[in-house]
Design a protein around this ligand. Structure first.
Ligand SMILES: [Zn+2]
Length: 271
């Protein structure tokens, strides 16, 4: 055992001497380096300064590129075109199907001809805007087996008393203006008490589909609905004096939705 201890002590002291040797030369080396750095500042200070500045510029440039520029480039190149074949050229409208067989709907596109009505902010005339909606409503009603009569065709004039055509349901379409541009939304007007139920059905249908604000139903003795003896409404689809309503109505962005609101209203009333 003593022998082994002796051996171990020798090895440990050898290791310790070796470590001391290394440390000594490291210290000497460090002292030499420090002395060199201290004495020869004029040789390296300026290159070192430029090296640091250059590194800093490169570092900042790389950060800027990675965080602001590279991401954009990556987005441009990582667009996925694999679903291109699935994209429809025309949006398809998959709305409810109705059967209005035996129902005669009279659609009255407001104004027309010598009376253009209000003007949208993009210069479209109310007579043409509401005709677009009347025409689309006519298509949907015919698809649903209803009988349809329009009180006027495109850019045609029609006197108010000529619009009192016999039918089962009467819908007059308008998109007027108001002096206060803040006024917006659709309003459903009726002239007689026996028209209230139809007015409520139409406003409820519009509430489901129209993106605009619901202003409710109003009693108003407008001639076109006052002169008929069956359920009829005058719908102000929205206000061309309000920028949002105007955009929605005159861009026809939501035409199919709004027409679908009228269809649902008719269905609500008939059922
Ligand atoms: Zn009008």
């Amino acid at each position: 055992m003593d022998n082994f201890t002796e051996q171990l002590k020798k090895v440990l002291s050898a290791i310790w001497k070796f470590i001391q040797f290394i440390l000594k030369y490291l210290l000497i080396g460090a002292r030499h380096v420090l002395k060199f750095l201290n004495d020869k500042k004029h040789l390296y200070a300026i290159p070192l300064f430029y090296l640091l500045i250059t590194s800093l510029i490169i570092f900042v440039a790389v950060q800027v590129y990675q965080n602001y520029i590279y991401e954009d480039v990556e987005d441009t190149y990582t667009m996925d075109f694999s679903n291109l074949d699935d994209v429809e050229e025309e949006p398809e409208y998959d709305f409810a199907s109705y059967d209005f067989d035996g129902v005669h709907v009279v659609i009255d596109p407001g104004h027309g001809g010598y009376d253009p009505g209000a003007v949208s902010q993009s210069g479209l005339l109310e007579e043409n805007i509401v005709f677009e909606y009347a025409d689309a409503l006519r298509d949907r009603l015919l698809e649903s087996n209803a009988e349809v009569t329009l009180t006027r065709e495109l850019e045609e004039s029609s006197e108010l008393d000529e619009r009192g055509i016999e039918g089962d349901l009467f819908i007059s379409l308008h998109s007027d203006t108001f002096e206060d541009p803040g006024i917006h939304g659709y309003t459903v007007h009726y002239a007689h008490d026996f028209q209230i139920e139809f007015a409520e059905a139409i406003t409820d249908g519009m509430a489901v589909h129209s993106p605009m604000y619901e202003r409710g139903i109003r009693e108003n003795g407008y001639q076109v609905i006052w002169q008929i003896d069956y359920p009829g409404v005058l719908v102000e689809l929205g206000y061309l004096s309000n920028p949002i309503d105007d955009y929605i109505l005159s861009s026809y962005e939501y035409k199919h939705e709004i027409v679908e609101g009228l269809m649902l209203g008719i269905s609500n009333y008939i059922d």
